[in-house]
Ligand binder design. Structure first.
Ligand code: HEC
Ligand code: HEC
Length: 204
């Protein structure tokens, strides 16, 4: 089986990745690996999610690290679409029942582990909204597609965005990008959106 690694220059996941995956993709694409940094203990999960987690672990770590799948922050519908795309790849081996299980785990992880992590960031935002916004930028997976000061995906740098866009424009660009945009609408609730935009506005 081919060993893939994710190329840092490759622009993003979800919409961008999906379009690209759906199109002509070189069979032996080379990707640089993410490091495995996200730890999940099955014992922290409720019993009804154990099987879904095990399926995810067995099937989604075959071509890239599990971090690649755990880092992006997507809605349940977007996760279902990503899992379908991964399933469609020639060298992936899981059936539709397993795909449902995996999507179930990813949706669960999104509203529990990831939500709790953001809650913790939000708790500190009172004292330093800019620092909290910077952490949310990582937490929502913005840096898989965007860079700031050279950190993140340099294919789309957001340096200087604070001089180009107003608060309202930024909010709209994040949660409902213009039609035809390759950026997926990001599922960011109002409170986090305020903090995120406070950070983006400092990028002058
Ligand atoms: C057959 C190999 C293969 C399997 C199995 C696989 N993937 Fe992937 N995955 C890829 C390749 C190749 C890419 C790079 C293309 C891209 O970024 O869209 C990728 C990219 C991704 C990305 C985008 C990462 C980024 O930052 O650009 C996500 C998210 C993802 N996979 C999730 C999953 C999930 C969830 C599963 C389990 C259902 C899975 N993958 C199983 C091959 C695989
Ligand atoms: C899947 C990749 C992807 C993700 C994830 C992503 N973006 Fe984007 N974003 C893009 C692309 C590509 C563009 C520019 C062109 C376009 O709209 O197609 C863009 C445009 C933008 C713009 C407008 C830039 C300008 O010059 O007007 C802002 C602001 C932005 N993104 C912020 C964010 C934030 C904040 C997040 C995380 C909550 C995020 N993006 C997540 C791909 C992504």
């Amino acid at each position: 089986m081919n060993r893939y690694s994710i190329q840092s220059a490759f622009l993003g996941f979800a919409a961008v990745g999906l379009l690209w995956l759906a199109g002509a993709r070189p069979a032996n694409a080379q990707f640089t690996q993410n490091r495995e940094t996200i730890q999940i203990n099955q014992s922290d999960l409720p019993p009804e999610i154990h099987q879904a987690y095990r399926t995810f672990k067995a099937k989604c770590g075959m071509c890239h690290t599990l971090d690649t799948s755990l880092k992006p922050s997507l809605s349940a519908a977007q996760w279902t679409a990503v899992v379908k795309q991964m399933q469609a790849m020639a060298s992936s081996h899981f059936n539709s029942r397993e795909a449902d299980q995996i999507a179930k785990f990813l949706a669960y992880d999104e509203i529990h582990r990831k939500a709790a992590a953001r809650e913790a960031i939000g708790a500190t935002s009172g004292s330093s909204p800019v620092a909290a916004g910077k952490q949310l930028f990582e937490s929502y997976g913005c840096s898989s597609c965007h860079s700031v000061a050279g950190a993140g995906n340099t294919a789309s740098a957001l340096d200087g965005i604070g001089s180009k866009r107003t608060v309202e424009e930024l909010k709209k660009l994040i949660v409902s990008p213009p039609s035809g945009s390759t950026m997926p609408p990001m599922d960011v609730p109002a409170k986090d959106l305020d903090t995120l935009v406070t950070y983006l506005l400092t990028l002058k």
